[in-house]
Write a protein that binds this ligand. Structure first.
Ligand code: ZN
Length: 260
């Protein structure tokens, strides 16, 4: 059996309320050892913590403000999230997911940048990995992170779906890994080509459940058990066995998040 860490999964959302225990069971059955969960906004912190409490040692919470949730009220939201972090920093495995999303709405672009910088400071303060969401924002992300090249900042560029050039540019950030999910299995995906010069030591796997289900579940609700499809796709891309892809990506994630 494989040994896998799903590094990005929102199993606390209501889509899983009816059958969450079966979803967890199916994940365990395929070899998922840990599921790492980012909240989305302030309201999703409590349900996330509750699920992580219920599945202790299996599910682990992160803390952050998703860029699509950055609005006019972001300073208040950030200060509430920071208060939670200050109160129980050992609870959270990472700061995430944070970043820039200029695909859905550019209205709060400047605010998204300020919010990201503030949350980068949290990651540095508590020496936590940063899980980055970037959509239609490659240049902005690259420029911003270039300023932290000499810092101890580390983390994941989650849901990487870019080009080979973009992958190479992101590898310049030594503490960072690329999070690969079901998009890699889509017919027109650029990921197989983009990964052709990316060492597997810089890759972790994720699902982004309930979104981005891999083929043959594309369009349906995603769940952590389907991470196996991502491992198998990477095996095909790298010409390795799925077992060795699982082992290497597990080791990459375990080291980054300091998990056993
Ligand atoms: Zn996500």
């Amino acid at each position: 059996m494989y040994k896998i860490i799903d590094t990005h999964s929102h199993l606390f959302v209501e889509e899983f309320d009816v059958d969450r225990s079966e979803v967890m069971q199916r994940a365990r059955e395929v070899g998922v050892q840990h599921v790492l969960m980012p909240n989305i906004d302030l309201a999703s912190v409590a349900p996330m913590l509750q699920v992580c409490q219920e599945y202790r040692g299996f599910c682990y919470p992160m803390l952050g403000l998703h860029p699509t949730e950055v609005g006019a009220d972001y300073p208040v939201v950030l200060s509430k999230l920071k208060a939670l972090l200050d109160k129980q920093p050992q609870t959270f495995l990472a700061i995430g997911e944070v970043g820039l999303d200029l695909y859905w709405d550019k209205t709060y672009k400047d605010e998204q940048i300020v919010a990201l910088e503030e949350q980068i400071a949290w990651a540095l303060e508590y020496d936590l990995p940063l899980v980055i969401h970037s959509r239609e924002a490659f240049d902005e992300i690259y420029t911003l992170f270039s300023r932290y090249k000499d810092s101890s900042l580390r983390g994941i560029f989650h849901s990487f779906t870019g080009t080979a050039d973009e992958a190479q540019a992101l590898l310049e950030f030594p503490g960072f890994l690329l999070g690969i999910n079901g998009v890699a299995t889509f017919k027109k995906s650029t990921i197989p080509e983009a990964l052709s010069h990316v060492p597997l030591t810089r890759v972790v796997v994720e699902t982004d459940s309930p979104y981005l289900a891999p083929v043959p579940y594309r369009g349906k609700r995603n769940e952590s058990a389907y991470v196996v499809r991502v491992v198998e796709k990477l095996a095909e891309i790298y010409g390795l066995t799925a077992e060795s892809v699982a082992a290497q990506t597990y080791a990459n994630a375990a080291t980054l998040f300091r998990l056993a």
